[in-house]
Design a binder for this molecule. Structure first.
Ligand SMILES: Nc1nc2c(ncn2[C@@H]2O[C@H](COP(=O)(O)OP(=O)(O)OP(=O)(O)O)[C@@H](O)[C@H]2O)c(=O)[nH]1
Length: 241
């Protein structure tokens, strides 16, 4: 419960400046969902960003949702939520990005929530830190242990390419792993402004793949939320498509 309190405080604090949404806050969730319900246009997809601490998960998701590099990010506790609506072939699709904690002590009580009803997964490593690349099979196994269906798209991202000179993970090695898992591979930088469109491309690739998938329903969103909505919101929830 304390963990949720901390997360809620963080999200509320950052909501306007950083584009966070507080899906675990009862009041805010109801507002968000109602807005979506009235619009009846936007499908919502849950994308989780997974990987070792310090690989740049927060900065990548912030680059996509906030449009710039986040200086001095703090270690993620539990999960931070960001979102961005994109137009895919004339359809509005809302990508709800779950920026997960890399540190075990900040994530252990949340892991179930990360994987529940997930629509796509981004595995991130730091190209300047071999150990973060070597951890990837463990992250992928964790995802398997939580029964994520095989059709859920997954992407491998090597971050911090602006530090290419300090690179410890050759592209060829990363590509071999990506091929082995049959995941697309992106190497990019959350920091380098010139890579902004490349970062967008990671998320847009998933959005295109998800376009033909089933939408997130209110009931599912409720289940995703660490703090459940009321029964009324749950039972009256129509499909958001
Ligand atoms: N040079 C460089 N530094 C980056 C990049 N992305 C993130 N960083 C730095 O890497 C550090 C960690 O970034 P975060 O985004 O907080 O990493 P994280 O994976 O979310 O970490 P946890 O929340 O602990 O799981 C910070 O000092 C960032 O400034 C990048 O593309 N290039």
């Amino acid at each position: 419960m304390l963990r949720y309190g901390v997360m809620r405080a963080m999200a509320n604090e950052n909501k306007n400046e950083h584009g966070f949404v507080t899906v675990y806050n009862r009041t805010s969730s109801a507002k968000e969902l109602h807005h979506e319900y009235e619009g009846l246009q936007t499908r919502i997809f849950k994308i989780i960003v997974i990987g070792d601490s310090n690989v740049g998960k927060t900065c990548l998701s912030y680059r996509f949702c906030g449009g710039r590099f986040l200086k001095n990010p703090e270690a993620t506790i539990g999960v931070d939520f960001r979102e961005r609506t994109v137009d895919i072939d004339g359809e509005n699709i809302k990508l709800q990005i779950w920026d997960t904690a890399g540190q075990e002590r900040f994530r252990k009580s949340m892991v179930e929530h990360y994987y529940r009803n997930v629509h796509a997964i981004i595995f991130v490593y730091d190209i300047t830190k071999l150990s973060s690349f070597e951890s990837l099979p463990e992250w992928i196994e964790e995802c398997g242990r939580h029964s994520v269906p095989p059709m859920v798209p997954r992407i491998l991202v090597g971050n911090k390419c602006d530090l290419k000179g300090k690179g410890e993970v050759p592209t060829s090695l990363a590509q071999r792993m990506a091929d082995g898992y049959n995941f697309p591979l992106f190497e990019t930088s959350a920091k380098d402004p010139a890579e902004k469109e490349h970062v967008d491309a990671i998320f847009l690739t998933l959005a295109y793949k998800l376009k033909n998938h089933k939408p997130l329903r209110l009931r599912q969103l409720n289940e995703c939320s660490p703090m459940p909505l009321s029964d009324e919101q749950d039972t009256q929830g129509p499909c958001l498509c």
